[in-house]
Each structure stands twice: as C-alpha cells, then as structure tokens.
Design a binder for this molecule. Structure first.
Ligand code: FUC
Length: 888
C-alpha cells in the first residue's frame, strides 16, 4: 500500500499548484510535500493544560507519525497512515476536512461530496440479468479527494514546540490546536459550517507568518487575487488502486469544479504569490474554503424511446463549469459577510440543534478525561485481543484489566459516531459514503462508494434512533436522484417496466402505466451518485435483496419519528417503487411449483433470483439473505400502505407474494439458522460438502435478527439458532463485521458478549482518531457500533419498548437521553447498580405504550405502582407530547 495516495497513472493535466497526485507537484516547491521536516520536538511544562471538555478527542502531538512514514518523505509516497489514524475530521455534510494540526506545516485535506469519478455509464440496451455493465466492468465510480491545503510556517527543521495540544470538541464541532514556539503563543480553530457550506480555519498568535498553498488533486488553472486563490478545472480520471484490483479507473469524469480559498487577515500584510498567499506580521487570520462542481442531480433526460438522452451529459449542469464557479463564489460571498465569531456562533448553534438531542454517558458527566484519546485507545488495544479456539477466534482478555478499562472511550465512541453522522450527512446533502465524506485518495479501495450489501445500510441503522432524522433524510434525495436510472436498469436487465397491478381471484393483472405510483427501480451492489444502478464490479458480489434492504432504512426513519407526513410524502413513494419492481419480477419470473405441500399448501412459492449470500458460497436462487430481506420489505411496505390507507390493489398483490415466499428463516441440523436452503449442519450440505466460508465476515442470514424482526425474543428457537451461527462464526473480523456481531449479540440479549465485541472493535479495529478500520478506514463500523450501543439500552422492534434489555454487567451505571423508540416515542433512561432508576417516555402519537422491564413492581409512575402483566407495564391511552416519568 505504499502508493495509497498515488496510483500508477500519470501525465494528467498540470497547472501551477495543481497536480496529478502521483508525483511531487510540478511547479511546486518540493519542500511543501516533504514530510521529513514535520518532525518537530514536543516539550511540555509541568502545568500543561489538557482537555477542557469531556466530550472531546484530544492529543499531545500533531497528526504525524514519523514511524509510519519510513523512508518516504513526500506525502505522495507515504501510505496515508497519518491521514487515517491521526488526523481529525470536520464536515458539514457537503464538505469534509481532515485536520493534521502540524505546528510547522499545517495540512488540511479536503473533500466535496460531488467529486466522483466517471459519470453515467448505464447500460442502454437489453442485457442479461447476470451481466456486468461492460462499460463499468473494470470498476465502479469512485468518490475522490479534492486536494490539500498547506499552511506553511517555514519553521526550521527539528524545531521545538512547547505545550502542544490538539482536539476535536464534539459538543461544539470545532477542532483546536494550541502551542508555544519561540516564546510566542499560537492558536487555531477549524470547523465546517453547514449554514454557509464552507470550511473555516482561524489562526491567531503573537506573530503569524505563513504561506497558504493549496495542492489540488485535479487538473485546473489557478488564479490569485486579493488574498483569494481560485482553482478551476475538470475532475481527473480516477485511477486503479494498486493493492488489489480496480476500484474505479479509466473512466473519464464528466464534472468540472471550482475551489476557492480566501485568506482574510485582521492585520499585517497579505501578498499573493503565483499559486499561494503569503501572510506576514499578523495576529489573526481567517481562511474560508468553498468547493463546488457542476453536478446536477436533476439532469437526467429521456428520449422518446425511453433511452437516456446522451446529447446532454447526465448529472451535469447545462451551464457546465460556470455553475461550479458561481456556486463556490456564492458560498464564499455568504461566509465573508459574517465576522469569524458570527460564523462560528452560527455554526455551533446549528450543530447543537442536532447533537444536543441525545446525551450518553457511562462515567461521571462532569469529569474531564485526563488521558489523551490515543492513550485511551492504546489501553484497550493492550487489553482486549482474540485467541484461536477450535479454528475460531474468540475475544480474550485479562479479567481485572477488562474490568478496569476506562469506559470514557465507549461513550466517546458513541458520541463521536453522532458527530460523524451530523458532519457527513444532512437532509440536503448526499448520504455518507463508505468513508463518510472523508476520502484521501482519487483511487480509494471500493471507490469509497455506496456499497449496498450491508455498508450503506449500516451507516444509517442508528440515525433514526439517535434522533438524527435530519441526517437520515439525506437518503431521500439520493434515492430520488438515482431512481430514474434504476428504472432503466429494471427494464434492460429484468424486463420490468412501470405497471399498475392487483391480485384478485388468484390472479395478478398488470397494465402499462405512466403513473408515478407504478414506477419501478432496482440497484446493484456498488452505487454512486451518477446513475450506475446496473451491475458494476463483478457478478460475484451481487445479491437480489440489496435494494429491498435499503428500504428498511427508510421505514426506520418513519418508525423512529412517527411522522406520517414524511412517510406519505417522501418515504413510502420510494418504498413503493422498490416493491413494484420486486412484485413484477417475482410474480412473473420467480414463481415455482412444488410437491412439498406441507410447506407450501398451494403447491407453489415465490423465490428470489440468483444471488449470493454476500460475498461467498453458492450462487443460486432463494438465498436466505435475499428471502429475509424481501420478506421484511413487503412487511414494511404493506404496513406503510395500511397506515396511510392507500394502494389496496397493490397490497393484495404484495400479500400474495409475501404469504407464499420461499421460507426465509429455517433451522438446520445443528439448530443453526440456515444460510442456504441446502445447508444441513452448519455450512455443510447433505453430502458433507462445505458450502461457504464458515467464518466469513458477512453473516447475511441473520439480517432477519438485525435490522429485521423475523428472528426476535418471541421466537426463542430462532433466537437460539442465531446464537449457534454467531458462535460458529467466531469473533474476529473486519471493523464493520465486529460491529455487526456486537449488534447481533445485543439482539440475542447477551449484553456481556456484545460488549466484548464492542471492546474488541475499540481495541483492534479503531485508530487513535477513533476512525473504524476494515482496513482501510471505513465509517460503517463507527456507525454500526453506535446502533449497537442503543440495542443494549433499549429495544423496541417488536412493539414493546424494552428497557435495558441487554445491559452489560460492566455498564453498571449510566445515562442515555433523547433516543427514539420504533413507535416514535422519545426515551431517556438512568441506571445504577445495573438497575433502571428513572425512565422517561414521551410518545409522539396517542395510544397505549407497553414497556418491557423484567423487574416486577419496580416502576412507579408519579409514585403509583403501575400494572405489571405478562412481564410488561402498560400506560393506557398515553397522550402524544406528554412525558411519563417512572422511578423506582
Ligand atoms: C463489502 C464487504 C467488504 C467491504 C466492502 C466495501 O463488499 O464485503 O468487506 O466492506 O463492502
């Protein structure tokens, strides 16, 4: 992975300050990218001041590990380790910034959410449903870095800085750096403003002298005027990554871009260079950064014959680069109208509206953690590991070290996930990619894409329950921008076109339709932002149920908000389009007759088409993963239609298929949930043949346990079958897979085992900056574990709100507030000595609320005992908006 940032292609357009990222910049001072000069000496006084906020990631050095960089002195030759392990992310949903905070040569790597390689390469003609789009066979559209901004203080090599401090304050979403050098004080702040759609950096100090030097990763022209650097150009082709296959490459990008860096000094002198801005003798400097492309999700036109009109470039604004320049200029203009303090206050206010909805702590709230975050993480790393038992890995640790771990890391990781979600995903932005909005490369593995065979789903599992509906809503705009392409894919790959239909007297009738409610779409495993809904990558990674799975995320946004208007206007219309696709395809192509009338009394069943239990084992019809996903998709879409009182014709058809679907959840010979129909004992068929990888990272046949509900506490045999699977799979895996196991154990109501997985992830799959690693950095593990935390403390998927259903013994006391149950109610819980001491519930709809808390006669409402029947407490006729407080 030595050329993580680079790739093998070269010769792309050069401009001053603009490079192809595989070489030390042409026309750029080579010292700029020479990291060997970054190795300053750090000293600390006895009265060194550490963190001042509890909810903060903090460090005593800049984000540079000399050891990680070996002999390579150029940032373009190092392996990106500092970026993914040390640097700290800021973001406003539109943009991301990775802050290195280096005293001598600061580096901020930047992203903008529409920097994606290639463009629409959809299949325009009929193709076999098992065929990869030939134009995309080499890879997928990939999300790319914009470039880096260096703020070079030109310090002498090996300089000594004193009392260095670096943090990311999660309460305010502002990163800070401070240090002393040469008997002078220096301070920095960094944040990403959602209201103004810009990144903001603020440098203050006794005497500031530095050069601001951007290095774009994309060809373009640079102009410098009045302290403002503007780069305008075309997105480069993406590159192959060299560590195993092609992410996305040789796909010329359709988009053009504009990056503006505006340097505003309070005092001193600002001079423009050839491709840089110099500041001298100043005490305060604000830097604003805006980036935009001419991406336009509404530009996707059809010809009369239903093909895409390629005479207009899809997803590109008709104004071309002018649109990008205007957008970036407008953003800079908007931000320039406010003072730095005003910008910051506006940002903090906006951020806190999201972040403050939930509070979570396992340690004393007022106690500020005196241990730097990297050391905290190291203490986990040294304590929790795995050992091999019977060819499986099992989490292993020393009991007393385990009991003494500082749980601050666990609460911080959860709160950091909420921070990352708000920073990478808002209602008006694109959803979070595999890396949120933070990608350091133009050739990232898997293209830092939207991978929909678990990763994108996992990203959003916790959004609704963590009261981050605004972030979850980013899915809606993205779906709507991709659905027109998904409609073409449905037609060309599966011969499914928009039709109305109903099921009556044992027969389905279909009629061509142009009504939006009859629209259809389908997507395949690797998704992007420019309509590549057809099969890209390879056939080996395709599964029929993926699109159905994404519908769970939409349904969850309704469940956790209880917002019927949202369901009617935004969520259900998308869910219905997916259900329309599956209905036609399953009814017309996937109905099978059978003599097994015990299982299928009508002598037929519907099954899913060929796919894989991601990403292993046989390719065949009726994979349990696909069946469980499609079953859940129908359950939720039917419920949604019934709640809204619409589409009775469609509901009749959906019920026909749902009621005659090939059995999604089955128990095998070992008592395990089966992954494949031919599985007898675990992972083996009747002939003794091994079917898949017994310890594979995907545990696809448990989607019915989480996020689905087919396997739950009321189906004990199935729940036990899930445990058998988890035990066979073992514990070690990639970061996201560890979070998935954490979640699944929580749903199995084994909180202690779930916590082992969480701690293992924190120990071995988490970097010092709390980024989750696959490797490389993948954000799904951060978000997946946040979902897990909530499953330990509350579960409501079956209708009853269970309080502390899987509380780990180690989490003896704590507090969570403002989380959302799947009936829309807001829930807060305090506990100590492993028992709930206070529960607050605020319903969003009128009606009964049932609370599951295993301890009888413990809960009192306004001092009165409340009825405890069948292990549950019920508040009858609870009123929306009223807060019900239970105490011991
Ligand atoms: C799926 C997983 C991989 C990886 C990739 C982005 O294909 O199987 O582990 O997370 O997505």
């Amino acid at each position: 992975m030595s050329d993580w940032l680079t790739g093998a292609k070269s010769g792309l357009g050069m401009g001053a300050g603009v490079i192809s990222p595989n070489n030390v910049p042409y026309g750029i001072d080579p010292n700029l990218v020479d990291v060997s000069t970054l190795n300053v000496n750090y000293t600390y006084d006895n009265n060194y001041q550490g963190a001042t906020a509890d909810n903060a990631l903090w460090y005593k050095t800049g984000a540079f590990l000399a050891s990680a960089n070996g002999a390579n002195n150029s940032i373009y030759a190092r392996d990106g380790a500092d970026w993914e392990q040390q640097a700290l992310p800021i973001g406003n949903g539109y943009m991301g910034g990775m802050i290195f905070g280096l005293p001598d040569k600061d580096q901020i790597q930047i992203n903008e959410e529409t920097f994606w390689a290639a463009g629409y390469r959809g299949t325009q003609t009929e193709v076999n449903s098992n065929t990869v789009n030939s134009k995309m066979s080499e890879g997928i559209n990939g999300y790319m870095s914009v470039g880096n901004i260096f703020v070079d203080f030109n310090m002498p090599k090996g300089a000594t800085v004193n009392n260095y401090y670096r943090d990311l304050n999660l309460d305010e979403s502002v990163a800070h750096v401070r240090y002393e050098y040469d008997n002078k004080n220096f301070n920095r702040e960094y944040f990403a403003s959602y209201p103004k759609e810009v990144l903001v950096f603020r440098y203050t100090g006794d005497d500031l002298n530095f050069d601001v030097k951007p290095v774009s990763m994309h060809p373009g022209n640079v102009t410098v005027n009045n302290g403002e650097i503007k780069i305008v150009g075309k997105l480069k082709d993406s590159e192959p990554y060299s560590s195993g296959g092609n992410a996305a490459w040789n796909q010329e990008s359709d988009l053009e871009y504009c990056t503006i860096i505006k340097v505003i000094a309070d005092d001193g002198t600002v001079t423009g260079g050839y491709n840089s801005v110099n500041v001298s003798d100043s005490t305060g400097v604000t830097i604003l950064v805006a980036v935009a492309t001419d991406y336009d999700p509404t530009q996707f036109e059809f010809n009369a014959d239903g093909t895409v009109n390629m005479s207009k470039t899809p997803y590109k604004n008709t104004q071309g680069v002018k649109a990008a320049v205007e957008k970036a200029e407008k953003r800079i203009q908007g931000a320039s109208e406010l003072t730095y303090e005003e910008l910051k206050n506006e940002h903090i206010k906006d951020y806190k509206e999201q972040f403050d909805k939930v509070q979570f702590s396992l340690t004393d709230n007022n106690e500020i953690c005196s241990v730097p975050t990297n050391e905290l993480q190291l203490s986990y790393k040294n304590t929790v590991t795995t050992k091999s038992v019977d060819n499986k890995t099992v989490v292993s640790y020393d009991e007393s070290a385990y009991a003494n771990l500082n749980k601050h890391l666990e609460e911080l990781h959860y709160n950091n996930a909420r921070y990352l979600m708000i920073s990478s995903s808002r209602s008006t932005t694109m959803p979070s990619t595999l890396q949120g909005k933070w990608c350091q490369s133009t050739a990232e593995i898997w293209g830092s894409c939207y991978c929909i065979n678990i990763n994108m789903e996992m990203n959003y599992w916790f959004a609704g329950s963590a009261n981050l509906l605004d972030s979850g809503k980013s899915l809606i705009g993205w779906f709507n921008s991709q659905i027109p392409a998904g409609r073409i894919t449905a037609k060309n790959m599966y011969k499914v076109t928009p039709k109305s239909y109903t099921f009556e007297n044992g027969k389905m009738t279909f009629a061509d339709s142009t009504d939006d409610k009859d629209d259809v779409f389908i997507m395949h495993t690797k998704q992007a932002i420019m309509g590549t809904t057809d099969m890209t990558g390879s056939t080996n990674i395709q599964s029929a149920g993926n699109t159905a799975w994404l519908m769970y995320n939409l349904w969850d946004l309704y469940q956790t908000s209880g917002d019927k208007q949202l369901l009617a206007d935004e969520l259900y219309p998308i869910m219905r389009k997916a259900a329309n696709f599956y209905t036609q395809y399953l009814y017309q192509n996937q109905r099978r007759t059978t003599t097994d009338t015990e299982k299928y009394p009508n002598g037929y069943y519907y099954t899913t088409w060929e796919g894989r239990s991601p990403e292993q084992g046989p390719t065949e019809e009726g994979i349990k993963y696909d069946l469980q996903l499609v079953a859940g998709m129908y359950d939720y879409t039917i419920k949604a239609a019934e709640i809204l009182g619409v589409d009775t014709d469609k509901v009749s058809a959906w019920k026909e298929i749902r009621n005659h679907l090939e059995t999604p959840v089955e128990i095998g010979g070992d008592g395990q949930i089966k992954e494949w129909k031919e599985e007898t004992s675990y992972n083996t068929d009747a002939n003794g043949k091994t079917l898949g990888d017994p310890v594979h990272r995907h545990i696809s046949h448990l989607v019915g346990l989480y996020p689905g509900t087919l396997i739950n506490r009321d189906t004990p045999e199935l729940l036990n079958g899930a445990k058998v699977v988890l035990e066979n799979r073992g514990d070690d895996s990639t970061g996201w897979s560890c979070s998935n196991k954490f979640l699944l154990w929580a749903r199995c109501l084994d909180g202690d085992k779930a916590l082992e997985l969480f701690r293992y992830q924190l120990a071995q799959k988490t970097y010092a900056n709390l980024f989750d690693t696959h490797a490389p950095f993948q954000i799904d593990g951060n978000f997946g574990s946040a979902a897990g935390v909530m499953e330990l403390l509350m579960q409501s998927q079956t209708g009853t709100v269970y309080i502390l259903p899987a509380l780990p013994t180690e989490w003896n006391s704590g507090e969570i507030s403002g989380i959302k149950a799947k009936n829309g109610a807001e829930v807060s819980i305090k506990w100590s000595d492993n028992k709930a001491t206070e529960i607050k519930i605020t319903p969003t709809v009128d009606g009964n609320i049932t609370i599951g808390y295993e301890k009888d006669n413990i809960l009192k409402l306004k001092g009165e005992n409340i009825k405890f029947v069948d292990d549950k407490y019920t508040i009858e006729n609870a009123s929306a908006g009223e807060t019900y407080i239970f105490t011991e």
